[in-house]
Structure formats: C-alpha cells, structure tokens
Ligand binder design. Sequence first.
Ligand SMILES: *Cc1c(COP(=O)(O)O)cnc(C)c1O
Length: 462
Amino acid sequence: MRYQSTRGGVRGLSFKQAVMMGLADDGGLLLPETIPTLDAAELADLASLHYPELAFRIISRFADDIPAADLRDLLDRAYASFDHPDITPVARQDGVYILELFHGPTLAFKDVALQFLGNLFAYLLAERGETMNIVGATSGDTGSAAIAGVRGKDNINIFILHPHGRVSPIQELQMTTVTDANVFNIAIRGTFDDGQRIVKEIFGDLDFKSHHALGAINSINWARVLAQVVYYFYAWGRISKENAGGEVAFSVPTGNFGDIFAGYLAKRMGLPIRQLILATNANNILARFVRDGDYSLATVVETPSPSMDIQIASNFERYLFYLYNGDAARVCQAMADFARDGRLAFSSSERQQVANDFLALSVDTAETLATIRDFKAACGYLLDPHTAVGVRAALTLGDKAVPVICLATAHPAKFGEAVEQAAGEAPPLPPSLAGIDQRPRRCEILDADTAQIKAYIDKHAR
Ligand SMILES: *Cc1c(COP(=O)(O)O)cnc(C)c1O
C-alpha cells in the first residue's frame, strides 16, 4: 500500500513513512493511493472477531510494511488499556444503538486512535534508533489522550500546553496526574489560542524543530484515521445477528471531520452503510456544507460540547480530494480560495455527490440538553453532550428501516456539569477516576511566552 498527498506533491510513501511524516511535506494530507474493498464473504468473516483481531485484519491491509506479529502486538497492547472486554461495546438504548467509544484511559474516543499511535511511534522510532519530542497545545481532550498514549515510552518526550485554570477540573487532573518522567505538562498563563500560537511559532523555528526532532500528534496523522475505521466494522458486526448482516446507519458527533471521515472510508471499503449522519453543534459549517453547499467560515461559539467547537475542520481536505475525483490541483486551488475568502463554492453535481455521501444536522445547545434529559427519562441512560448531539441527529434523520448506531464519543462523567444541568443527576465517576484529585501531580506554570516555553523544552527535551 502506497500513500499520496491530497495536494499532489508527495506520492509513493510506505505506511511507515506516512505515519512519520504526519502532515504531508507539500502541506496536504496523506491518503492511501487505493482503497481496498471487502466482498460479502470477507465481511461476514469479520463480524464475529474480537476487537484487537478485527483491528489487525483491517489495519494490516493498509500497514503492509509492518510484520504481522509486530502489528498484532502493537494493537494488543493498545487495547489492553481499555476497561471493557469488548473495547468499544454496543448497547441498545431507546430505539438506537450506542457505540461506546469511551472505555479508554481518558474516557473519550480519541484514546482508540492515540493508544495505537503512541505504540506505533515508539516502535518506529526504536527501529530507526531515533527519539522524538512531541509538542502540542490542548483545550482539554486531545492533550490528555495524547499524554496517555505516550506515557512511559523511553524514546518519546511529550510537552502539552494547556491554559492555566481554563480547562475542566477533570481534564486538568487527567493530564497533571500523569507523573511519568517523559511527560511535561505546561500550564500557561493565557488562553488556548495563546497555546496554539506558541506551538505554531515553535514549529515555525525550523532549526529548533529539527534540532529537537519535534513531532505533532494532531488529528491529521493517517494512522489516527485508520484506527477509527475499525470500530465502524466492529459495531456493524456486533449487531449483525439481529440485523442479518444488513445495512446500518451511523450518526457521528463531528468537529474536525476525522471520525466521520473514517466512517466514509469504511463505506468505501464495502461496509453496508446506508446513511452517514454528520451531527454538529451550533458550530455548523459542516452541516451547512452538506445541506446547502454553504462552506463558509463563521465565528466559533461556545457550547456544552467543546470538543466540537470548531470551524476549520482539519480532515475536511481528505474528503475534498475524493469529491474532486482525486484532482490534486483542484484541492490546492480550493485550499487557497478558502484561505483567501473563507468560503468554497460547489457545483450542482458535487452537491449531489455530497448528498449521496452524508446527511447532516446542526443541533443547538437547548436541543442538546433536552436530548440528554429526554433520553435519561426514556431509558435511564446518561449521554454526554457530544454524544447527545449525534443522538438528536439520529432521531431526526435516521431511516427507520435500518438500525442507527450513534457514536458515543465521551463518558458523561467527563462533562459532568452539563449532564447534571440537563438531567438533574451527576453521572457517577468511573473507577479509573476515583480518587484522582488525591494523586500526586506534575505541572509547570509558565507565562504565555514563546521564548520561555522554548527554553523549558530545550532543557527537558530528549
Ligand atoms: C474530538 C471529539 C469529537 C469530534 O471528533 P472529530 O474527529 O474531530 O470530528 C467529538 N466528541 C468528542 C468527545 C471529542 O473528543
């Protein structure tokens, strides 16, 4: 399997090279040069597999330069950190299926990919005899999942900036109670935007970047998307007995378009998906795109589902590449147009194609909270606010003739305040969080000043 950039300047990469490159050198995103497809017999074979074995069967088709035994080991260890035997169990609740993606160490779906990516980075670095320093800024979720993915690895150090006092108490604890020697939490006296600006400036210093072998762990790495393809197959398999192996629909709470893009790939690989429902909160650029062909920037508004408070979806370019039939020059043109005008226009045939690929709904804050309340009243199950956005979209747009599987992207306890406000009941803390506020912490508080942060990294880099 070979990889190419959406912008046409990079091709012929191996899987390993694609993982280590992250963002393509021409500024684009990496995609496989062909998408493997499964026939009905192969699909049926997958339906009964355990999660790690299924992950191996899917991922090995794309990662054909990693020996089978090694890939199996990377996946087994990644998913041993989950606290449910099914890894991503499926529960039937109030007429829909809930695919629980929050049984990993930080209680959100990003663990599914980052537990794998952390092991994969450590493996590839060991093979090359190299080390890496990961630097990133977080508003909460991604940082803790990235830290959990690489803690204890002896060839990776990780530096994560978060805005001091401005992430939720649980998110802060999930980061700062990781005391492994290779983890450096930096609380900056400033905002999330300051953190992002500082990280950009650090990566912009190319000497510093290459001297310290800086790496990123953001959602554009191909291996993250790939790891997420697996649970679409898994969920389909879990209900295939009662569904006679038939079609399903998925509803996906969407921010950076990574998760739903994995669903789009699963469909192109032959998984019988009748509907892919793209659910956004009030930050609805992607829902406007699907419904009206209106892909235009608006300002970000705060919602109870902060991990979806996004306007520029970093994985969208991957879909554009397919929408433009693999025409990299058009992708380049579109990205330049969007950077200049903050909008993109689509032809009627393109809009027809988009409508064939997705349905979409934007769910506002009042509807989100009402969905948490009503769902709890109907079946006693507590949804986190991100998941509630997807459930609302599923109940509104789902085809009644097929089972609808709603991706549950976070544990309700992770966003306990909003859930309590909506449902009148605080979600119980899962065992992994019990006593977390009593554990030792490690965190450095620094000014939102690039020079200071660079000096700190310089001192602690591997
Ligand atoms: C990251 C995240 C999302 C959005 O996923 P994308 O891949 O960015 O679309 C949704 N819910 C939660 C809880 C998240 O952490």
